[in-house]
Each structure stands twice: as structure tokens, then as C-alpha cells.
Design a protein around this ligand. Structure first.
Ligand code: NAD
Length: 529
């Protein structure tokens, strides 16, 4: 009898032959449609296979194994993703190493031209990419169309042009020497990203890495692999030389760990959870690899009584529930100054209850599906825990009624507001990463600063107030990498982005990213005579 792995391999070899019979199809979404239309879709071969992209080609994983890729809105397998391992990482690193010499010497103008072309092609394919992102993650199609995909294009455009406008430092040492700083590409870099903003966050790493002349081995989350694969097609069409970008699909345990441990991968840019970030740091430390870690958050959202309450409520709805609360920057701990507390809670709860939870592909859906069954279970666990810790459910707290036939088995949860929780309970300290927020009153500025900082995380915060003095004062005292005042997630790609404490090490964005992906070398020339 054949083992399950051997059966899977044989089945996929068969599916591979089928696919090869279909003309020129690296376009994975279209492959799905074609396979379905020809009646070949079955439980095992259902739809597309998402393969690795190594040395400019889509290739099978060496072990021939695939993982099921589930659509969160339906709970059904709709594609399969390469279940790669260290052997695939080895091939990708070899390809990246081979490509490095030429790419690192390619002029900035040429690198810029290719990256701008990639940005244009992302724009051209917005609808296709947005649909793929929505199906893969469960996020509303409108969000993918208006945020995720345009931002992916902006990431390429930003770094494509940034490299045309950089400056080098020079230092004159009295009358004896002249120093200048070279910023050289690092070599092969490893880029690992999570599932919540798949293309948005992966391109936030790929674009600066390649712009600076590095070559890359990238790994998207195994839960959301599709848009990374579509990006590879785009890169090929844009003329990115083979081996400059390689994407290895698969689990963190098999692929992510192999990338971080590979001695020829000289730097790791990682975005994901704090526990995983710690493992990445442990792997990289003995080899002294350069590491950037963008990790979890439990962000405070502080509303003072003098705030424009309408704006604060609208902003808080976004910061609480955007992408079903699955944004690392979401303000999951809301603090409201006591004179405004009851009015805020009443209006916020009413607005929360009006958010429509529905099929992500439908136009009027505000809240789509949670990314996976595990994540949904985690959300439910914390809602139960919150009640054990004394919290009251003011809105949501359960799964919605059946949405439509298609989404009957999907992973949905109503946006949830919890009140009456003690400030330092587990629900208020641990990252839930779902559509759940707590609202807590406070009486003074010092008290709320202490609440905000009483947390292991330090990623982002929001303040709502009309007092400029207070805004500056509190912003300085809060321990987070970003403080938004009277706004949330208003992003300028030039600013340093990242977290303090257990939210990470290092910063992305603008010059910070250009510095991370280059090695500074000082050249000192003695003045003669
Ligand atoms: P995760 O840590 O489980 O996975 C992130 C990535 O790391 C995935 O690609 C995964 O396969 C890979 N991985 C897992 N184990 C690995 C290992 N041992 N070595 C190397 N790679 C490994 O995170 P997730 O569940 O995908 O994403 C949610 C988390 O990401 C949340 O904690 C969220 O706050 C965080 N996040 C942070 C930011 C930020 O900018 N700070 C942005 C988005 C998400």
C-alpha cells in the first residue's frame, strides 16, 4: 500500500500532467477556472497548485507534497500549496546567490525601471490580485481592492524611486582625512511574512531588498500563498532577472526555519507573531545575522473627553475592526475618559452592531471571515475568557446567523465589544488578533498612560483629543513605535515603522529599510602632504 505522502505525490504528478496540457498557465487563478470548467476538479486535485518560484521558473517542491489551502469564507479546500522543505530552500538560495553578482551591479536606474514596471503591472492586475487576496484571507474584496493591492504597488514605487534619491554620508576629520560611507547590498536575504496582509507586507520587504541590490528568498504564510505566486508571474513579465526573487511556499517549521538557519542567507526580515519572532532571533543570533523583527501588538486607543467624539467613534470602528481586527496595528484596548465614557460606549456599540458580517466577495460586506479555524477558535477562547474575567459583552460575542449558502462552513465572528474588564487581566494583555476590543474608563492622563504602558507589547497607539499640548505630552510618554493623533493607520512610507518591547526589533520604512538592506562601509582617505 502506498503511503499517504506517496499517494499525494502520485496524485499531484497526475494533476501536473493535466495542468501542462492546459496552454501557458502559470496564472493560478485562471488555472482554477480552467480546471473547474473542464470538470476535473475533485477533492484531491481541487483547483490550482501553488508551486515554488525558483530561478525564474514555477517548480514542484522537491518532496512532491502539497498542503490544502482553505478558503476561510467557505471552510473548503480550494487549492493546494507546495509543502516545501530545506531542499527547496537550498535550491532557492543557490539561485539567489547566482543572481546576486549581476543584480548587485545593475545600475540603480535599471533596478528602478524594473521595480516601477512591477508596480504598474500590479495596478493593471488589481482586480485579479484583490479577488485572490480576498478568497485566500477572507477579507472583504473592497478592502483588498482599496488597501492591500494599491499598497503593494506603492511599496514598489516608493523604493524604486527612493534609490534614485539617496545620499551618502561624508565626514571630514580635521585636516587629516576624508571619510565617505558606501552602502553595499548584503547578498541573499530571507523575507518571511504573515497572513493578515499577505501581498502588502511581503512587498514591503521585497521592494526595498531588491531595490538595494540584494537577491531574496521569500516565504509567504502557508495560509495565504496565492498573491505571492501571482506576484512572481508579474516579476517575470516585468523582466526581473531570474533568481533575483525566489519564493518558497510551505510551513514555518519546514521552510521559514530553513531560511533563517541557512548560512548563506545573511539577513532576515520577519513579520509575524512574537513567539515565532523569538525563534527567528534564536536561529539568527549564533550566526550574527542582521535581523528585523516586526511582531505582535496590543495597542491602546485613548479617547479624551475633549475629543471630537464623532471622529473618535468613526476612527475607533476602523482601528478596532478593520480586516476583522486582524491588523497588528488594531487598537484592541480602548480607554475613554470618564465624562465621555457612557456616550462613547452607547454610540460605539450601536455602530459596531451595524457592521455587516458577510460574504467577503459581496460589495456591502464590512466584516469578512477570520483567516482560519484555529484563529476563530482563538477568538472564541478569548471571548469566553473575558467573561470569566468579569467582562460584559456589549456587542457581538458570537458567530453571526448563516450568511449565505456559499459561506455556510466559513469562519465568521461578529465584531465584539467587551466592557467592565479589569485593566490588567489576560484579555487586556494578550494579543487576540481578531474582531474583539475592550473599552475601559479612566480618570486622568497619568492613569491612562500607565494603563497604556502596562503591557508587554509596544507597537502602536492612537490618541483622540483637541488639546495640542496634551497630544504632544502623552505621545512622548507612551511606549509604542507609532503614536497616531486623531487618526489611525495614516501611513507615510517614509516614516520609521516598528515596535518597542515585545513588538519587535528594528524599523521598516523609508531610510530605515534602505539601511537595513545595505551594509555601511566607511572608506577613510588620509590627506597627504
Ligand atoms: P506567525 O508568527 O505564526 O507566522 C509568520 C510567518 O512566519 C509565517 O510565514 C510562518 O509560516 C512563519 N514561521 C512560522 N514558524 C517559523 C519559524 N520557526 N521560523 C521561521 N518562520 C516561521 O504569525 P501569523 O499568525 O502568520 O501572523 C499574525 C501575527 O503577525 C500577529 O502576532 C501579528 O501581530 C503579527 N503581525 C505583525 C506586524 C507588524 O508589522 N508588527 C504586521 C502584521 C502581523
Amino acid at each position: 500500500m502506498r503511503s499517504l505522502a506517496a499517494t499525494k505525490r502520485a496524485t499531484f504528478a497526475w494533476a501536473q500532467r493535466l495542468r501542462n496540457a492546459i496552454p501557458a498557465s502559470a496564472r493560478v487563478c485562471e488555472e482554477l477556472a480552467e480546471l473547474d470548467a473542464s470538470g476535473f476538479a475533485s477533492q484531491m486535485t481541487c483547483g490550482m497548485q501553488i508551486r515554488n518560484f525558483i530561478a525564474g521558473e514555477f517548480v514542484e517542491p522537491v518532496g512532491g507534497c502539497y498542503l490544502e489551502n482553505i478558503e476561510p469564507a467557505t471552510g473548503k479546500t480550494y487549492s493546494h500549496v507546495a509543502d516545501s522543505d530545506g531542499r527547496d530552500v537550498e535550491l532557492a538560495v543557490t539561485a539567489a546567490e547566482k543572481a546576486f553578482g549581476k543584480w548587485s551591479r545593475t545600475s540603480a536606474a535599471e533596478r528602478s525601471r524594473i521595480l516601477l514596471r512591477i508596480a504598474d503591472l500590479i495596478d493593471r492586475d488589481t482586480e485579479r490580485l484583490a479577488r485572490a487576496e480576498s478568497v485566500d484571507t477572507g477579507k472583504p474584496l473592497s478592502l483588498a481592492r482599496n488597501l492591500d493591492i494599491p499598497r503593494a504597488a506603492s511599496n514598489f514605487r516608493f523604493f524604486a524611486t527612493a534609490i534614485l534619491h539617496t545620499e551618502s554620508e561624508a565626514h571630514i576629520t580635521d585636516n587629516v582625512a576624508f571619510n565617505y560611507t558606501l552602502r553595499l547590498p548584503l547578498g541573499v536575504v530571507g523575507l518571511i511574512s504573515p497572513w493578515n496582509l499577505p501581498l502588502y507586507l511581503l512587498t514591503w520587504k521585497i521592494a526595498p531588498a531588491l531595490a538595494c541590490g540584494n537577491t531574496a528568498v521569500a516565504k509567504p504564510s502557508e495560509l495565504t500563498p496565492v498573491t505571492a505566486s501571482l506576484l512572481c508571474e508579474i516579476c517575470r513579465e516585468a523582466g526581473l532577472p531570474e533568481g533575483v526573487l525566489n519564493v518558497v511556499q510551505g510551513t514555518g517549521q519546514n521552510v521559514g526555519a530553513a531560511i533563517t538557519l541557512h548560512p548563506k542567507v545573511v539577513a532576515i526580515s520577519f513579520t509575524g507573531g512574537t513567539i515565532t519572532g523569538r525563534k527567528v532571533a534564536e536561529s539568527c543570533a549564533p550566526m550574527f545575522k542582521k535581523v528585523s523583527l516586526e511582531l505582535g501588538g496590543k495597542n491602546p486607543n485613548i479617547i479624551f473627553a475633549d475629543a471630537d467624539l464623532d471622529a473618535a467613534i468613526t476612527g475607533s470602528l476602523r482601528s478596532s475592526f478593520a480586516n476583522q481586527g486582524q491588523v497588528c496595528l488594531c487598537g484592541s484596548r480602548v480607554f475613554v475618559e470618564r465624562p465621555a465614557y457612557q456616550s462613547f460606549v452607547d454610540r460605539f456599540v450601536e455602530k459596531t452592531s451595524e457592521l455587516s458580517v458577510g460574504d467577503p466577495l459581496e460589495q456591502d460586506t464590512d466584516q469578512g471571515a477570520i483567516v482560519s479555524k484555529n484563529q476563530l477558535e482563538k477568538v472564541k477562547f478569548y471571548v469566553d475568557l473575558a467573561q470569566q474575567e468579569g467582562g460584559s459583552i456589549a456587542a457581538g460575542g458570537s458567530a453571526p446567523e448563516a450568511i449565505n449558502d456559499r459561506c455556510r462552513g466559513g469562519y465568521f465572528f461578529k465584531p465584539t465589544v467587551i466592557t467592565d474588564l479589569p485593566v490588567s487581566c489576560r484579555t487586556n494583555r494578550e494579543e487576540i488578533f481578531g474582531p474583539v476590543v475592550s473599552v475601559t474608563p479612566f480618570d486622568s492622563e497619568d492613569e491612562v498612560v500607565a494603563y497604556a504602558n502596562d503591557c508587554d507589547y509596544g507597537l502602536a497607539s492612537s490618541l483622540w483629543t483637541q488639546s495640542l499640548n496634551r497630544a504632544h505630552r502623552v505621545a512622548e510618554k507612551i511606549h509604542t513605535g507609532t503614536v497616531w493623533i486623531n487618526c489611525w493607520m495614516l501611513r507615510d512610507l517614509r516614516v520609521p515603522f516598528g515596535g518597542m518591547k515585545q513588538s519587535g526589533v528594528g524599523r521598516e520604512g523609508g531610510d530605515e529599510a534602505l539601511r537595513f538592506f545595505t551594509e555601511p562601509k566607511n572608506v577613510c582617505i588620509a590627506k597627504q602632504g
